[in-house]
Design a protein around this ligand. Structure first.
Ligand SMILES: [Zn+2]
Length: 304
């Protein structure tokens, strides 16, 4: 924002020009005040840039049928692990935090080309300490395990998702699949340290221009993120849509992908009404994300 310094102002006011020129200067100063007011108002409207950042692939020979109901078992599916960065408004916000490669579950996925999520951010000139917020779509290991890499981040997660993750999930007859005990302990510690906000339900603007929504039930109460960038509205769906096939055909995920298949489809229909263009709905694990948007570095695309 432009604002003239007091030094500059006093120079103008005390210089020995004629009364006529002094009047012109007053007019000039007035226009500066008006201009800085306009620019100031514009600066208050958040403007964000949004990126998808790949930090691992999988050598497992997946097909689309492994991830979307009714998808052809003959179509091979390139599976990626990624995080998303929302940059602007003096914040660097991650949506999900990825995982550390020592995690047992990663072995099943035959993880390849792994780089630690904080190292992947170097490609955008960011260090781990620069991350101000992490919005967790859900607490599965491949999305939450990396939270501890970011020492200054405040964490946002749905209250019901958090409560289930740290509590009921571990009771007999409940579901802790995809949950990791190390991550439970980490999240409890972060909550004790006052670094977690539990978001209570659907359609909440948690940060100016950034809203979260529920309904897909990928986990107990998973959420997705709508970003108003100033130019576009973008949905970062994370695993509320695993792959593009589900979105393109409005079909639920393969078994195990949601607690509510009808809700999952309804959520995708709803996402379509939120975005400025359907291509601005970004699924959680489809490698095609990295060929549909312009690359800004290897394994980094800007969603625009
Ligand atoms: Zn996932």
């Amino acid at each position: 924002m432009f604002s003239p310094s007091y030094y500059y102002l006093s120079l103008l006011l005390t210089s020995g020009f004629t009364a006529y020129l002094y009047g012109m200067k007053k007019l000039f100063l007035l226009s500066l005040v008006v201009l800085s007011g306009v620019l100031g108002a514009r600066a208050q409207t958040p403007v964000y840039k949004v990126y998808a950042i790949k930090f691992a692939g999988s050598a497992y020979p997946f097909t689309a049928a492994d991830w979307a109901k009714g998808a052809p078992a003959t179509d091979s599916l390139k599976f990626n692990f990624m995080v998303w960065l929302i940059k602007g408004n003096d914040r660097n916000i991650l949506v999900d935090a990825g995982f550390l490669n020592d995690i047992e579950d990663a072995k099943e996925f035959k993880v390849i080309n792994y780089i630690r999520p904080d190292s992947a951010l170097y490609k955008l000139g960011l260090k781990a300490g620069d991350i101000t917020d992490i919005i967790l779509s859900h607490p599965h290991w491949d999305h939450i395990d990396g939270v501890g890499l970011f020492p200054n981040a405040h964490v946002w997660i749905q209250k019901d998702d958090f409560n289930y993750f740290v509590g009921a999930a571990w009771q007999k007859g409940e579901g802790s699949g995809g949950f990791n005990k190390r991550d439970v302990r980490m999240m409890i510690d972060l909550n004790l340290a006052g670094k977690v906000t539990l978001v209570d339900g659907d359609n909440k603007e948690i940060i100016p221009g950034i809203k979260v929504f529920t309904g897909s039930r990928h986990t107990f109460n998973s959420e997705y993120v709508l970003v108003n960038t100033g130019n576009n509205r973008i949905v970062l769906a994370s695993d509320n849509i695993w792959i593009y096939y589900s979105l393109d055909h409005l079909v639920p995920p393969a078994d195990g992908g949601t607690l509510d298949p009808a809700g999952y489809v309804k959520a995708m229909q709803r996402m379509k009404t939120m975005v400025t263009d359907v291509r601005f709905i970004v699924p959680g694990h489809d490698a095609a994300v990295f060929s549909r948007f312009p690359a800004v570095a290897a394994g980094v695309v800007e969603i625009k």
